[in-house]
Design a protein around this ligand. Structure first.
Ligand SMILES: [Zn+2]
Length: 222
């Protein structure tokens, strides 16, 4: 990777993202969170003081810290260091099959799938691992797939300001497979196209061909 790193993105865009990101809740104490898990165990019909369940609230609370660590991450800081020495590279950059685990905000049930991210650089490129970390920032929150798709695309667009951004997500929702309508093997596909990928059908076809047909071939479904 070339060595020159530059901060990017106009401050208006950054302010917009920071406003979207602002969390407006008071976090409960750890003890309150443990009590809430004990309440849910009783709601399920079991005794939170029996031996097998005694350590469960602690494990659940620690799991939540991991499942929802994205609220403490700053997507702007993540993407702000970019590289300009691209030697005139002006073709699509794509990271495919980024596996993610998220939780649906309607049932707090797992959503497991993969994200494909592509952008057409405008002089600047971002380190490829940053794209994977951007997925983590938004996956590790309570989500709906459509919102996560838009958040990844919009943030990349606003911070990096490329000529175009394409984000496609295919995922299985365990709130559908393990409860409710019980339909295993179903995956949901969402996409958000910005810039040239939205405006120019040829460029959009090119990026969709690179991604391949979601739901076929190499895709694993849960
Ligand atoms: Zn759900």
């Amino acid at each position: 990777m070339p060595s020159s790193a530059h901060p990017t993105a106009p401050s208006a865009n950054i302010a917009k993202i920071r406003e979207r990101e602002r969390v407006r809740v008071r976090r409960p104490s750890r003890e309150e969170a443990l009590d809430a898990v004990r309440t849910l165990i009783r709601w399920a019909g079991d005794d939170p003081t029996r031996e097998g369940l005694i350590g469960t609230p602690d494990r659940v609370v620690r799991s939540y810290a991991e499942f929802f660590s994205g609220y403490d991450e700053d997507p702007v800081a993540l993407l702000q260091r970019t590289f300009e020495e691209t030697d005139g590279y002006d073709e699509i950059v794509m990271l495919k099959d980024i596996r993610f685990e998220s939780h649906c905000e309607h049932h707090i049930a797992p959503i497991i799938g993969k994200v494909h991210i592509a952008y057409l650089p405008s002089n600047r490129v971002v380190g490829i691992s940053k794209l994977a970390r951007l997925v983590e920032v938004y996956a590790k929150r309570l989500q709906i797939q459509e919102k996560m798709t838009a958040q990844i695309a919009n943030t990349l667009d606003e911070v990096l300001q490329p000529k175009g951004v394409a984000v496609v997500i295919e995922a299985a929702h365990q709130c559908m497979t393990t409860r409710g309508v019980h339909k295993p093997g179903v995956s949901m596909v969402t996409s958000r196209m910005l810039g040239v990928f939205r405006a120019d059908p040829t460029t959009r076809r090119e990026v969709l061909t690179m991604i391949g047909t979601p739901g076929s071939g190499s895709s694993e479904h849960v």
